[in-house]
Design a protein around this ligand. Structure first.
Ligand code: UDX
Length: 447
């Protein structure tokens, strides 16, 4: 099938590469000429396991092309995906200007029946607005060309996006146009071979499904973070509680890990946008508001622990920071808990020596003029001359470090762990003052 994808960001690029991988003829369009040029030279703008290989392979095979020429790209596709950004407005609602601009572009250049697919995360009712934008432009052109607008939200996890696309748990398609449904059924059939993963519904339900999924997951995390804070105060261990409740299949073990707060490109933005949608239709979303409030507070938690350990005197302190990305296996720093922490430490006059397996370049881009930040090429280098170690992302390489070396290198054996990677009893026995999330603090054994 001939497919056109607007937007070569995270979602557009993964979608384009995976659709090409199963034999479709895909053109990805972007207004960013620099990005398109880089892609045409084999440079992948994001780190995502497996992505580079399939982009390169399909680009070389001619099945995946990158262009800024919207007219020829629209002419190419039987299906036109909209996968451009929907950044939050000042009030937290999703800004649709890029989505609607693409709708207009498609309508400007289309000549036959076209299936327009909303892949971007968009508020309920956006498909109707996209339809209006297309219809308006067609009327202005004085032509009458049939089209359908379909909602097909993505559920990709960063760090596992290629795998998620190739082996989806579900493909949600919202449409009441039979022809469009048939086109998408055919397009997704290679990913739907052994089990039927296709779930079809009306457009508005599909749009809401995406927000509902992310808001539910964010709620689980905030709930556990709140419980962690209670556990802390009543002398219970949240990790034991987690195992205790997760064993109930109605609750399950997934997404109940307490930590330094959720980040990333989806949860913070989507919880907010769903809340704004609710308010716009006259409903006060008490639970969603609380999910956000708890997360916001949680993002400041490790900093509070640090401040309290040093009695509020952080000027001149130096912290080794392991983990910058908002989660492992990505270089994405959007809404990362590490950022809130670093900015709070700098404001207090502290220095940060940071290491991350993938996000150093991205951190450098964001904080290039920050003199209180040193980026280190190895985890060990970050420890040199530091007063304490802080862990903000649960990369596997941090799970079993050389504790002896940490102890020998730090000025004092103190660790602040925002991801509960180690056992507090073991840490105390090794002589560490170990702060974590929702577990009792144990006095280190004196040596
Ligand atoms: C999420 C959804 O999982 C995905 O389905 C959707 O399409 C996009 O948003 P992503 O943002 O890539 O994906 O990351 P995810 O793995 O969901 O983690 C989000 C954040 O929650 C991270 O900051 C992570 O550290 C945090 N988290 C996750 C917890 O704090 N505890 C958990 O138990 C799980």
């Amino acid at each position: 099938m001939r497919v056109t994808i607007f937007g070569t960001g995270y979602v557009g690029l993964v979608t384009g590469a995976c659709l090409a991988e199963v034999g479709n003829d895909v053109i990805c369009v972007d207004v960013d000429a620099d990005k398109i040029e880089r892609l045409n030279h084999g440079e992948i703008p994001i780190y995502e396991p497996g992505l580079e290989m399939i982009v390169t392979r399909n680009h070389q095979a001619g099945r995946l092309q990158f262009t800024t020429d919207a007219a020829s790209a629209v002419d190419h596709g039987e299906v036109q995906f909209i996968a451009v950004g929907t950044p939050p407005d000042e009030d937290g609602s999703a800004d649709l200007q890029y989505v609607l601009a693409v709708a207009d572009t498609i309508a400007t250049h289309m000549n036959d029946y076209t299936v327009v697919v909303d892949k971007s995360t968009v508020p309920v009712g956006t498909a109707d607005r996209v339809s209006q934008a297309v219809a308006q432009r067609l009327t202005a052109r004085g032509v009458d060309i049939p089209f359908a607008v379909v909602s097909n939200p993505e559920f990709l996890k960063e760090g596992a996006a290629v795998e998620d696309f190739m082996k989806p748990e579900r493909v949600v398609i919202g449409s009441d146009d039979e022809q469009a449904l048939e086109v998408l059924r055919a397009l997704y059939s290679p990913f739907n071979r052994n089990h039927d993963r296709l779930i079809t519904m009306d457009v508005r339900s599909a749009e809401l499904t995406k927000y509902a999924a992310n808001a539910m997951l964010a709620t689980k995390i905030s709930f556990m973070n709140e419980l962690a804070n209670i556990a802390d105060r009543v002398g219970a261990d949240i990790e034991r509680v987690r195992v205790g409740i997760g064993s109930d299949p109605r609750i399950g073990y997934h997404f109940i890990y307490p930590g330094a707060g959720y980040g990333g490109s989806c949860f913070p933005k989507d919880v907010q946008a769903l809340g704004r949608t609710a308010q716009q239709v006259g409903y006060e979303p008490a639970l969603l508001n609380a999910v956000e409030t708890v997360n916001d507070r949680q993002k400041g938690y490790v900093f509070e622990q640090i401040q309290s350990h040093y009695n509020g005197n952080l000027k001149g302190c130096c912290f080794a920071l392991w983990g910058l990305a908002f989660k492992p296996n990505t270089d994405d720093m959007r809404e990362a808990a590490s950022r809130r922490l670093m900015e709070a430490l700098w404001a207090e006059g502290a220095q940060v020596q940071a290491f991350d397996p993938k996000a150093l370049e991205e951190t450098q881009r964001i904080y290039k003029d920050q003199s209180q930040l040193t980026l280190c090429e190895t985890a060990e280098a970050a420890l040199e001359g530091a007063d304490a170690l802080v862990i903000m992302t649960e990369w596997n390489v941090f799970r079993s470090p050389d504790f002896g070396h940490i102890q020998d290198t730090l000025a004092a054996p103190v660790i602040f762990d925002g991801r509960n990677l180690y056992d507090p009893v073991d840490m105390a026995e090794m002589g560490f003052r170990y702060y974590c999330i929702g577990r009792p603090s144990i006095d280190p054994v004196k040596r």
